[in-house]
Write a protein that binds this ligand. Sequence first.
Ligand code: UD1
Ligand code: UDP
Length: 396
Amino acid sequence: MKILSIFGTRPEAIKMAPVVKNLALETEIESLVCTTGQHRSMLRQVLDIFELETDFDLDLMAPNQTLNGLSSRIFAALDPLLEQVKPDRVLVHGDTTTAMASAVAAFHRGIPVAHVEAGLRTGNLKQPWPEEMNRRMVDIVSDLLFAPTEGSKQNLCKENLAGKIYVTGNTVIDALMASSSRISLDEELRSKLDAQFPFLQSGRKMLLVTGHRRENFGPGFQNICTALAELSARADIDIVYPVHLNPNVQQPVSAALSHLPNVHLIAPLDYLSFVRLMQRAHVILTDSGGVQEEAPSLGKPVLVMRDVTERPEAVLAGTVELVGTEVERIVAAVHKLYDDDLAWRAISQRHNPYGDGYASQRIVAALLNRTVAEFAAEPEAPPQVAIDGQEDFVLI
Ligand code: UD1
Ligand code: UDP
């Protein structure tokens, strides 16, 4: 069976890496990888860390690209490729423009599509935008739907879709567990990763920030920057923000924050370095989807700068709190976690509703029509023992 995996952004590559590695182990499968290059340099970082080879690199990214410009370039470049390669199946991930355009292009050619990370929904087409639409489009044309959780399966069932659904867990937990234990077990690697952050002060607790959502461009980002500037007045905080390369993010963030001594604006990090920063963080403030899934597994409280989330499981479990993009709400939520140790301990109880590290194996089994023991979330975990100071995580 010839399977063509197509992805183009940083999060897709992180979450597809374990799937591609598992596909390569199967003699019945000819696994081919095509990257659209939607995130040219951030994608390269992921391919290097996971040692992923690509068979086709479409290299389609344009500076400050529009959604329609990118979509049209993907359709134009993929059509002849699908004709040439003639895959038995196309595999796409998640909610990006790459996933949507690739799935529709395959559908137009009558090629079956499998969707990894199917069924996430907010029910609101404007948040996340345009990802909610992308996800629904991919699910409509897919005949295999790999839902990460029971909740995402239920979303798909309500829509009466044609595809067969499997609950697999999220492949990001496969990637995270492998990377996190690699770091924890290798002292030399840990020192090398830490050497990138000499500015972190041992007496300060780190607030790790990521933010790049399109619906936050403009006023949302202004608010986020104002909140971070206000928080930087605390003497016990180091704010670290690896800034997404999108110019709509780079410009407001560096204009508002680059002069503040305890705000560290750094380039996007490779995955291992970012996992290390998550391990060392006291609190994570983000609008990212993937980080919302990863941080609860590391026992880190996450404040999410969105009004709604397509990942409600950790909100229900109490490790994630939605704080929107209003200045006062963000500032108050961070202060609370820094000032109220009991609140911090309560929210940082490790609970991982998103996966068990075997999602990719289940996906490959389903692709080969083998029996699949579906993922069931673990019951509520006991409270973690917090160790004060910088190294305030417990090794998995
Ligand atoms: C995209 C995805 C979003 C996903 C996010 C993950 C769409 C519509 N959006 O949004 O679903 O959550 O990626 O990161 O698919 N750039 C670079 N180098 C890079 C990457 C980006 O210079 O490696 C700059 C370019 O100017 C590019 C711009 O960022 O034009 C925007 O990239 P794009 O992929 O269109 O949007 P994202 O905001 O990253
Ligand atoms: N990430 C990374 N380097 C960084 C910031 C994030 O490797 O500097 C990882 C993070 O661990 C997560 C993924 O990128 O797995 C999330 O990507 P992003 O926030 O761009 O997209 P989203 O998850 O919102 O689609």
